[in-house]
Ligand binder design. Structure first.
Ligand SMILES: Cc1ncc(COP(=O)(O)O)c(C=O)c1O
Length: 397
């Protein structure tokens, strides 16, 4: 057996391979430079261009570009009307922002458990948590795989709930052929550099509802409107605008939008490469009884943002920490997504206790995310597989 690098052996590769990285080409740089030389660094034509692009790719009627994915979730939660006294159901296996947006509105996040095989929120678990206070669901397309829209849509219709889809991981994914972004009441995207396409920082909300769209636009810019039909004191003075509610400055700059438009031009190519890498990992790990491969629902045509390596503890003589550290010593830098949100000390202080979502908690103890990004070479992916195999061979029961 090969000696593991963590015990003094030779690592599978000489240089570290991180779990995610943006891919920026000369066209991206040119697009940003052109905007920097233009008249508008913000509130300019690139915002409309990127919003049109988002509508084209997601099939949504309306898109509102914002400064990041967290701002997108905040605006969506406010626009949904979540407020004090309301409960909103959310998955615990996600980035904290998916639940924080509920707290921003004064409402209470209620955590539903995940499906232990797909890792997405389990519709049966949602249904058990519905009370007269439940106003909505924040459903996360975790790793990029679509949530179960048919089942969740049924629940929303039956109980009159608003569905916000957190598609921060899922640009380009389709559910039964429909692009993510055109299905939920509002869908939120993130364009952080680790995502499939990036704006540096950036986000968007899509919707098919004009009323929601107008509110999102207003809240993005301080609650100020230039539409006379939204004003309390309308006038035809050209300079006049009016703050009609309390909003924010969550605008995206034209610099970010220019980069994002350029990145959208590469989405198909990025998606195809991610699918190729995922298929290679799946094929290699499906043969290994020590590894559980994430299940894909047939309805989802997934552009995967994260690749989750899940250990079967009963088949290995090590825990996740030992595996993670061994992988790092081999120069494969993974990350863990995610601590169940209610395990964060802030949520603990709010009164959430361990044990409420057993599938999520078990998942967290067994996983790490492997490198997955467009710029990876086949040799990089082979290194990842070799390192996993090497460590599994060492710790196999
Ligand atoms: C599931 C999920 N939701 C929301 C966000 C927040 O996006 P941003 O980092 O653009 O604010 C992220 C980002 O990492 C995420 O992974």
């Amino acid at each position: 057996m090969e000696r593991l690098a963590i015990f003094g052996g030779i690592p599978v590769r000489e240089t570290p391979l991180g779990y995610g990285r943006q891919y920026i080409d000369e066209d991206d740089i040119k697009a940003v430079a052109e905007t920097l030389r233009s008249d508008n660094l913000t509130c300019g034509p690139k915002i409309q261009a990127v919003e049109e692009k988002i509508c084209e790719v997601t099939g949504a009627e309306y898109a509102v570009a914002v400064s990041n994915g967290t701002a997108a979730l905040h605006l969506a939660a406010l626009t949904a009307g979540f407020q004090e006294g309301d409960e909103v159901i959310v998955s615990p296996i996600t980035f904290a922002a998916s639940a924080n947006c509920i707290l921003y509105c004064g409402a209470k996040p209620v955590f539903a458990d995940i499906n232990p095989e797909t890792y997405n929120i389990d519709p049966a678990s949602i249904e058990k948590l519905i009370t007269p206070r439940t106003k909505g669901i924040v459903a996360v397309d975790y790793t990029g795989q679509s949530v179960e829209h048919n089942a969740i849509g049924n629940i929303c219709r039956r109980y009159g709930l608003t569905l916000i889809e957190d598609a921060a991981h899922a640009i380009g994914t389709r559910y039964q052929g429909r692009p993510i972004g055109s299905i939920a009441d509002m869908t939120c995207f993130s364009f952080h550099p680790v995502k499939t396409i990036t704006a540096g920082e950036g986000g968007a909300v899509t919707t098919n509802d004009e009323k929601l769209y107008r509110r999102l636009l207003r809240l993005r810019a301080h609650g100020i409107t230039r539409s006379r039909d939204e004003m309390v004191h309308p006038t035809d003075a050209l300079w006049y605008n009016e703050q009609v509610e309390l909003g924010f400055n969550y605008r995206m700059t034209d610099i970010q939008a220019a980069l994002l438009v350029s990145q959208f031009g590469k989405l198909e190519k990025f998606a195809a490469r991610r699918k190729e890498i995922v298929a290679g990992y799946d094929a290699a790990f499906a043969e290994m009884p020590e590894i559980f491969v994430q299940r894909e629902i047939p309805e989802s045509d997934t552009v995967r943002h994260l690749y989750i390596l899940r250990l079967k503890p009963e088949a290995l003589n090590c825990d996740r920490r030992q595996f993670f550290d061994a992988l790092r010593a081999e120069n494969i830098y993974s990350q863990v997504h995610y601590l169940p949100v209610y395990w964060h000390s802030y949520y603990e202080k709010l009164g959430y206790e361990k044990g409420i979502c057993p599938n999520a908690e078990k998942y967290y103890e067994e996983v790490m995310s492997l490198p997955l990004f467009y710029g990876m070479t086949d040799a990089d992916a082979e290194d990842v597989i070799s390192a996993v195999k090497k460590i599994v061979a060492h710790y196999r029961r």
